[in-house]
Design a protein around this ligand. Sequence first.
Ligand code: HEC
Ligand code: HEC
Length: 274
Amino acid sequence: MNAIRSLCLAGLLLIVSGLGLSRSHASPQGAPPPNPAPGGAAQESPTAKLTPDDIANGKQIFAAQCAGCHGFDGSGQLGPNLHGVLARRGDAGIFAAVRNGTGAMPPVMSLNDQRVWQVVGFVRTLGDTGPVEAAKGDPEKGKTVYDANGCVVCHAIGMTGGGVGPQLTTIGRSRPPKYFYEFLRDPGKNPPAGYALVRVVSKDGHETTGIRVSEDTFTIVLRDVGGHFYSFDKPKLKTIEPQPGQTVMPSYGNLSATDMDNLVAYLSSLKGAQ
Ligand code: HEC
Ligand code: HEC
């Protein structure tokens, strides 16, 4: 494992699920989350022992390790809103989500159990209220906008659609509405991890631009807009240049406000078959 690989972990997990390959489950790290004691009185959750200092530490850890995806106030950005998650998952469920990962969220490897409990303590303080954002458009009309704008060429929902961009089958579960508004207007500004565009030039002058699928010391694999994969031996390349701010996903900033609201409502409604 090299550093680049681990940096790309989040992206790889997203891509692998996008390609429909089965993804090996990350092995749980550290102690398993505590279960209620079998039969007897419910065991006290480790969060009951947290001091105000622990919660303050948890807040700092959240700002450093979670806010990039969940927002500083926990109201969601690349990842979902966490207000109300305590009621849904309980202490042990939040702990497990952080320790083992959940859905499109990679496990957080860099924290020991004590620090994960501190961050769980902070997530508890978010409570149920707070800024919960609901999509304001009409999802059915949004599907028409989706169909009319060629999204299906690059994105699959269920079994239908292309594979250049990530699958959107359950995107409404993992991204809040405000992410869609920002992303659709300016997709290059903050592409999801793993979709960075890279341009390589071989020593004999051939250029290829594509999404970086994987990279290690000796090879880099790119995928172009057509979905074709290219593997390069690094020693044969003259340059490897990331293209920050560029993406193959077109900007949809020219949609009318109503179309945009409806499209966001449609995307937010995509939560997978249940
Ligand atoms: C790389 C982005 C990313 C980072 C970093 C991240 N998360 Fe997440 N998180 C997500 C995504 C995406 C989901 C939604 C997963 C799904 O259901 O597909 C999620 C889901 C969760 C959930 C479950 C939410 C629910 O409604 O069930 C919890 C709890 C959570 N994250 C807590 C955290 C905490 C605490 C941290 C920091 C220690 C953290 N996350 C770091 C992206 C991230
Ligand atoms: C030419 C191919 C292409 C078309 C057309 C396209 N996309 Fe994308 N889309 C991508 C790629 C590639 C990504 C990955 C991120 C990036 O490159 O910025 C992406 C990312 C996304 C994401 C972010 C997914 C995530 O995990 O955060 C959403 C949402 C999205 N597209 C929705 C749409 C919608 C809605 C349309 C139509 C209005 C559309 N896309 C049209 C290629 C496309």
